[in-house]
Design a binder for this molecule. Structure first.
Ligand SMILES: Cc1cc2nc3c(=O)[nH]c(=O)nc-3n(C[C@H](O)[C@H](O)[C@H](O)COP(=O)(O)OP(=O)(O)OC[C@H]3O[C@@H](n4cnc5c(N)ncnc54)[C@H](O)[C@@H]3O)c2cc1C
Length: 551
């Protein structure tokens, strides 16, 4: 070995920095190896929401939750499934017990967090929390990172606005509350300009805060350092093979190696094998998410599971030199919008959890072409709501029309012809939906009947935030794909985040967390933050197991 550390972490996602903080707090040396030129992984580009049941911020705000309530909810939503060892009941319990402790630990390390107001759980089932269990980072001034500032992966929201504020901003023309939010955010941006601060938000703020704390605590982080192999001697993981200055470089680890190297959202070969019918082009995940550490785990005898699961998210692909998916769940939960298959038939609850929506699209596609499906809206929608990342109003980029990304027609019949749908079927779908709107209930798919859906709808629209007729031409249509923000299958791990072999035995010295693993959420995302909350929690547990193993 060229060097030896107490603990080596592969990848620089949220779990990596959390584990590093825990190990440094116990006085252990830690090295994080990141293959990219930027630190932070998909986590830095994300909303940064962590789903943390029974957390301290809920208690402070007097919001009821308990271990038992959280267990009831995960039992109801995830359930016991023999083919989903990552989501076993023991693992669900271990996660629920450790998650709030992990948050308390981060706070003890100076990480400033807050509750995400009004972010309901995704399912109306026993134990759900309607106020929600989301925890997010406070805004953070990245100038405090010094030289590391330029090495932090960019985020998705270039404003000093909290997520809940960002959700309100599009309503600024229609509501005084939203206007106040707009003024607050503008005030903040101006204050930053004057004081020279650069406050960032969401996943980038979370990663920036943890990076700042981890560096201060003495964590060593190396960029451009891909891990090629996990080194094993006599059945025990002893280190990794990476590269330094273009040459192979072996690094030993006394306590263990943590794989927190993301999933395989950008590996088309693995998609074709495990999530057939989906494309890397529909993913919002950075191109570093290529799954090689999952394959390396397989090579050394680890078990994998849940490989067809994803944090799926419906997207559209606006024309661009390098097309970037636009997320569409918020758009299609608003009134005056429905989704139909390629024949023109409405077949799904548009505002349901994104994972279920995308599974529904792929399932429908087995019998009727539905990938892509069509989002159909009328002029009421266009004039009121954001569409594929653009503000409300009829002015849309000319390229949208030229490339036929957005199709327009004065009547539904003409729109059907523009899109190659059956006009009678589209007409019937819209008439049936309009009938439900007038009755106040979607009898086919119960759209808008959960707190989660209401939160994604239009709070100013009466009587229902999610139901509104399609009756004012011109009408518009746009193609929708079953994209994703992560894969959710990978290495099988136990209640301590130890990587397991197919026979259930642990590979000594090897831990894994995050989207490199089979998720504790199984086939769903129980609530917003269902990826990052567990990732940090499992990495925290891995660190503690490694520390205790030699104590
Ligand atoms: C726009 C967007 C919004 C999202 N919002 C949320 C949200 O609010 N809440 C939530 O829970 N989830 C959210 N997600 C999903 C979530 O961001 C990801 O599931 C999660 O961040 C994955 O974290 P991770 O730690 O597994 O991996 P990552 O954060 O991706 O980190 C993995 C790192 O490992 C590195 N790596 C890979 N292979 C190697 C190797 N061989 N050697 C060295 N390094 C390697 C990668 O370069 C990467 O930097 C969102 C995703 C997107 C795209």
């Amino acid at each position: 070995m060229k060097e030896t550390f107490d603990f080596v972490v592969v990848g620089s996602g949220g779990g990596s920095l959390c584990a590093a903080l825990a190990l440094r707090a116990a006085g252990k040396s830690v090295l994080i190896l990141e293959k990219a030129a930027l630190v932070g992984g998909t986590t830095a580009t994300s909303g940064g929401v962590m789903w943390i049941p029974n957390n301290r911020y809920m208690k402070e705000a007097g919001i009821p939750d308990s271990r038992e309530q959280a267990i009831a909810y995960l039992d109801a939503v995830v359930g016991d499934r023999a083919n989903m060892p990552g989501a076993s009941r023991q693992r669900r319990l271990a996660f629920i017990d450790a998650a709030p402790k992990m948050i308390d630990f981060l706070v003890s390390q100076g990480i400033r967090l807050r509750r995400l107001p009004s972010w309901p759980d995704h399912y109306r089932l026993p134990g759900e929390s309607v106020p929600g269990r989301g925890v997010v980072s406070e805004l953070f001034d990245i100038n405090r990172l010094g030289d590391w500032k330029t090495k932090l992966r960019p985020g998705f929201l270039p404003l000093p606005a909290n997520l809940d504020e960002a959700m309100e901003l599009p309503n600024f023309k229609r509501s005084w509350a939203a206007k106040r939010v707009l003024f607050r955010v503008i005030g903040r941006a101006l204050a930053d300009k004057i004081t020279g601060r650069q406050r960032v938000t969401a996943g980038r703020a979370l990663q920036a805060q943890m990076l700042h704390a981890a560096l201060k605590a003495g964590t060593e982080i190396r960029l451009n350092s891909p891990v090629k192999q996990i080194l094993v001697e006599d059945g025990r993981v002893t280190g990794v093979l990476t590269q330094k200055d273009g040459t192979d470089w072996q690094i030993g680890s006394r306590l263990g190696v943590l794989i927190n190297a993301g999933g395989f959202a950008q590996n088309q070969r693995m998609r074709d094998q495990f999530v057939p019918g989906t494309s890397t082009a529909w993913s919002l995940v950075p191109d570093t998410d290529t799954g090689e550490m999952i394959e390396e785990g397989l090579r050394i005898g680890a078990a994998v599971a849940q490989m067809s699961e994803r944090v799926a998210y419906q997207i559209a692909l606006p024309p661009a030199d390098r097309p970037k998916p636009a997320t569409m769940q918020g758009d299609m939960s608003k009134p005056h919008a429905i989704v139909v298959d390629q024949s023109g038939v409405r077949y799904i609850r548009e505002s349901g959890p994104t994972v279920d929506f995308c599974k529904g699209m792929l399932e429908r596609n087995k019998t009727v072409p539905a990938v892509p499906s069509w989002l159909v809206i009328d002029s009421q929608y266009l004039n009121t709501y954001m569409l594929a990342g653009t503000m409300s109003g009829s002015k849309k980029p000319q390229a949208w029309f030229d490339s036929r990304f957005l199709r327009q027609a004065d009547t539904l019949e003409a729109l059907a012809s523009e899109c190659g749908m059956d006009a009678a079927k589209l007409q019937a779908s819209v008439e049936r939906f309009n009938g439900f709107v007038r009755k106040g209930r979607d009898e086919d798919f119960q759209r808008g009947e959960t707190a989660y859906e209401v939160s994604a709808g239009d709070p100013l629209h009466r009587p229902s935030p999610c139901l509104g007729t399609l009756e004012q031409g011109p009408y518009f249509a746009m193609q929708i794909y079953p994209g994703d923000v992560s894969t959710f299958g990978g290495l099988v791990t136990d209640v301590q985040a130890r990587v397991l072999r197919a026979d259930g035995s642990a590979i000594p010295g090897l831990y894994a967390a995050g989207t490199s693993t089979a998720s504790v959420m199984g086939p769903v995302e129980a609530g917003g933050g269902g990826s990052i909350g567990p990732t940090l929690t499992w990495a925290y547990l891995a660190a503690h197991h490694a520390i205790a193993a030699i104590a």
